[in-house]
Design a protein around this ligand. Structure first.
Ligand SMILES: *Cc1c(COP(=O)(O)O)cnc(C)c1O
Length: 505
């Protein structure tokens, strides 16, 4: 029986030679069409073996693509085929009776579109504010505008307009960072991972780096501290234990071959209970006494004290600089809320050494990053402006009433015909900072909860992801949850309309 069914599937060549599909090869590169055809046929074969519904192939294909970065974004842990129920052999047979080029054309067309589609605007209803899969920090309007200004024509990237002389690419950023944090010197590279690598390469190549065992962290996306050290040619000297490290552990590990002392912020986990860590100030004193630089990988790099606003403690760049650290590194697209980048700041003596490393040229950022970062940093000159205009900060501080309003709007905007297909309600829950900041700290939020007898939660989340623009949601216990903390006001209506579209088809 199975063999008979499989035989009804047309071959790749048959499809390519059909009038319908050959239209596609006139429009697009042949290789791409062949790939799309192969993919669709493979999915059909699989759906037959799994006895699932082949009509869902186009949807599930796109679901697969989206869901694998990041994995199980919607919390379902499930990627790939939508599995409604098992179909009998007869049903599978009847589904596949007419696998004609006409019938397959729209599916192949859709897969092709998927392959040609670049990154696009998405709605983040996951409630994870810094979502690496969704591009981390969304930019402030000021930053986006500044990119546009610079994009259209020429710009003063590396030239001083007053003297006409060649300037320093990071001049404005350096000034801003120094003003905001009190650092003596600063510049920016491609991301914080690059900043850490550069610091290690410059100060500790062929030398020893003393680090607490509690700081040998993995940030995700292949950034593991011990591996970065190996790559830089530094020798790792682990001290202390996972939960307790004392100043004397560092003291005892220092030799004439020590290049630097490294502290790493535990940005995506917490060690609680029987613990002991060394104060940055004490590390700095030790480093000064032995003339060894102390480098602190701050991870998120908050520039504003979050505690003032009732949020949990996150170390700020300012307090590290004040403690006398020689070099700090931090991301510019985490809590700072700017474009991707990694800032290096601290004492002139050490930061200038890093600037001169040839690797700095390799890790150089482009004018778009500089334009956006300068505009973002300028907002920090006035804390109120930063809080009001930087989306990441604004989202953390959005009052519950505002989020509640958005939930109500989504629910009320959905038409009554659609409403009979599903149960829409507002529920309490928690948003997350994400992106390696404020680990384990949940921020209370309000969510739109959708439950339907007509369509299961995985399938609904799939359809939301395949709406235009794509909407990313959470799944919990066969319910789709939309956290309205991370949804922009102008996106609220778009969500209601997407729900109507899904249930009207
Ligand atoms: C996020 C993070 C990194 C990596 O920063 P990117 O900007 O993503 O390269 C490194 N170290 C720590 C402690 C982090 O939190």
């Amino acid at each position: 029986m199975r063999q008979n069914i499989l035989r009804t599937i047309p071959s790749v060549n048959e499809l390519l030679e059909s009038p319908e599909i050959s239209k596609l090869t006139d429009l697009y590169p042949r290789q791409l069409v062949v790939e799309a055809v192969r993919e669709v046929l493979e999915e059909i074969r699989q759906s037959m073996t799994n006895k699932t519904n082949i009509n869902e192939i186009a949807m599930s294909k796109t679901g697969t693509k989206r869901a694998d970065s990041p994995p199980s974004l919607d919390g379902s842990g499930q990627v790939g085929m939508v599995k409604d129920r098992e179909f009998s052999d007869e049903e599978v047979m009847s589904q596949t009776r007419d696998l004609s080029p006409q019938k397959l054309y729209p599916i192949i067309q859709q897969v092709l579109q998927q392959k040609l589609c670049g990154i696009e605007h998405a709605i983040n209803a996951t409630g994870i504010i810094l979502h690496t899969g969704l591009g981390r920090a969304p930019l402030a309007e000021e930053a986006a505008k500044q990119i546009q200004n610079v994009l259209h024509s020429f710009c003063t990237l590396e030239i001083e307009k007053y003297s006409g002389k060649r300037g320093f690419r990071y001049h404005n950023i350096e000034q801003l960072i120094c003003m905001i944090t009190g650092a003596e010197s600063a510049f920016v590279v491609n991301n914080n991972a690059a900043a850490v690598l550069l610091a290690l390469d410059t100060l500790a190549r062929g030398k020893e780096v003393v680090i607490s065992r509690s700081h040998l962290v993995e940030i995700g996306g292949e950034f593991r501290m011990p591996d970065v050290m190996t790559k830089s040619g530094a020798l790792l000297v682990e001290v202390g234990t996972t939960n307790k490290t004392y100043l004397k552990d560092y003291e005892n590990a220092i030799t004439e071959n020590t290049g630097l002392i490294l502290k790493v912020h535990q940005s995506n986990f917490k060690i609680v209970g029987f613990t002991e860590a060394v104060d940055l100030k004490d590390l700095v004193s030790l480093g000064q006494a032995r003339n060894i630089p102390v480098v602190y990988d701050l991870g998120s790099g908050a520039l504003i004290e979050l505690q003032k606003y009732g949020l949990p403690y996150e170390p700020t760049v300012q307090e590290s600089i004040k403690a006398g650290v020689d070099v700090v590194t931090f991301s510019t697209d985490k809590l700072l809320g700017g474009p991707q980048g990694g800032i290096i700041a601290g004492k002139k003596k050490w930061v200038d050494l890093l600037k001169k490393n040839p690797l700095t040229r390799v890790l150089r950022v482009g004018k778009l990053t500089i334009a956006a970062l300068e505009a973002t940093l300028r907002l920090y000159l006035e804390e109120g402006l930063a809080l009001k205009n930087i989306p990441v900060l604004k989202m953390i501080l959005t009052p519950l009433e505002t989020i509640e309003d958005r939930c109500k709007k989504v629910i009320h905007k959905v038409g009554s015909e659609t409403r009979v297909c599903m149960n829409l309600s507002m529920v309490d829950g928690f948003s997350e900072m994400g992106g390696g900041a404020l680990p384990g700290e949940n921020i209370p939020t309000k969510l739109v909860c959708i439950h339907s007898d007509k369509i299961n939660a995985i399938e609904l989340a799939n359809k939301l992801r395949n709406s235009t623009p794509p909407i990313f949601a959470r799944i919990e216990q066969d319910r789709v949850l939309l956290d309205m903390r991370t949804v922009y006001d102008e996106e609220v209506d778009v969500i209601s309309r997407a729900l109507e579209n899904i249930f009207s088809s």
